[in-house]
Design a protein. Structure first.
Length: 18
């Protein structure tokens, strides 16, 4: 899941999954 990917990824899609 996206934990610190909230501001970088708006919806934390698959791009922020890694």
């Amino acid at each position: 899941m996206c934990r610190r990917c909230s501001e970088i990824c708006r919806r934390c899609s698959e791009i922020c999954r890694r």
